[in-house]
Design a protein around this ligand. Structure first.
Ligand SMILES: Cc1cc2nc3c(=O)[nH]c(=O)nc-3n(C[C@H](O)[C@H](O)[C@H](O)COP(=O)(O)O)c2cc1C
Length: 219
């Protein structure tokens, strides 16, 4: 074998060995990249599992609020809306099958008669999912130093055991007139908080009074 052929064979061998070394290195890098990708995917899965768990916990811990109110001339409705803007949750207006007249004198006569009769005016409002709520903010105007009789219908119709009831009212000056105690009597297995009384002339401007009350009762 002459010298030239020997050198040629050596060159081919060196090129082959270099080729093998480069090939192995590329494969190793690919392995590393695949491993890194797998780690990243696993980490993302763990993070998304944690987020899911946190969301479930928030859903579990979050108390659901329902604001239920009766309002004939809109004052209690103003306060109900303010409460909802501060605490969130759902809001429902209680309405009677037989609407009350707008004329004050006629309304007064009917309301007084219902009170004298201890009547239970039929409600057209039906709250099917009341069980879903933890806290019921219950609002009403004061009529003859009492709740309108429609509120008694509501308290008779719904079992609020285990819930927190936060009563609020608007009035010309009488204030709560002992109505939270009546609510507690009607719903003995509910927790009734201290009530909020707002003057009818201040209903639309009662944001700070409502906030102070919420702070006081811890809601
Ligand atoms: C039939 C009737 C009886 C009322 N009785 C009282 C009362 O005893 N004491 C009081 O301070 N205000 C009384 N008011 C005034 C209301 O409580 C007050 O205007 C309230 O803000 C009305 O709320 P609303 O707009 O949500 O219906 C009476 C109003 C009506 C219509």
């Amino acid at each position: 074998m002459n010298k030239k052929i020997l050198i040629l064979i050596l060159v081919i061998l060196v090129v082959l060995i270099m080729g093998i070394i480069v090939g192995v290195t590329v494969l190793k890098d690919d392995d590393n990249i695949t491993q890194e990708n797998e780690n990243q995917i696993n980490n993302e899965e763990i993070v998304s599992d944690e987020v899911k768990e946190e969301n479930t916990q928030n859903e579990t811990n979050e108390k659901k609020n329902l604001i239920v109110y009766f309002s004939q001339t809109g004052n209690t409705q103003e306060v109900a809306n303010i409460i909802q803007s501060l605490v969130g949750g759902d809001i429902v207006k209680l309405e009677t099958v037989e609407p009350y007249p707008e004329d004050y004198s006629t309304l007064s006569t009917i309301a007084q008669q219902e009170k004298d009769d201890n009547a239970r005016p039929q409600l057209s409002t039906n709250i099917e999912n009341i069980d879903e709520y933890d806290t019921i903010f219950l609002g009403y105007p004061i009529w003859f130093s009492d709740m309108p009789m429609a509120l008694y219908t509501f308290l008779d119709e719904y079992d609020l055991s285990g819930k927190t009831i936060a009563p609020f009212c608007t009035s010309g000056g009488s204030g709560l007139s002992g109505t939270p105690v009546v609510i507690q009597t009607k719903e003995p297995n509910a927790t009734v908080t201290g009530g909020l009384s707002i003057s009818s002339s201040n209903a639309s401007n009662s944001q700070s009074e409502v906030q102070e009350w919420l702070d006081r009762i811890g809601l």
